[in-house]
Design a protein. Structure first.
Length: 106
């Protein structure tokens, strides 16, 4: 079983928590960490911009990543949310098994 971490920034802590609760509630993610106060610097619409955002660390099965990305994009307030997935190469086997178990419908 392979798992992934999906990273995405949200405009507010409330938006991040809403996305996280929705993903875990629908079993698309086993766990979501929300890191508030992330300072982002990026180029958008021809200008360098800065803002404070909340970052989500979403843990899910690799086979659900496309569904997670689609759902995040539906829920997100940004025109083009930055959603990327990173494969987990190795980790604590009981944790990986737990992520797999929590992302399967009963």
């Amino acid at each position: 079983m392979s798992i992934s971490v999906v990273l995405v920034n949200a405009s507010t802590p409330e938006e991040a928590r809403h996305i996280g609760l929705t993903l875990v509630g629908s079993r698309l993610a086993a766990s979501v960490n929300v890191l508030d106060g992330v300072h982002s610097i990026y180029r958008w619409a021809g200008a360098v911009r800065q803002r404070t955002e909340s970052q989500l660390l979403i843990k899910t099965r690799a086979e659900l990543v496309d569904e997670v990305i689609a759902r995040v994009c539906e829920l997100h307030s940004y025109e083009c949310p930055g959603v990327i997935a990173l494969p987990i190469v190795c980790g604590n086997r009981p944790y990986i098994d737990w992520v797999a178990k929590e992302t399967v419908e009963d």
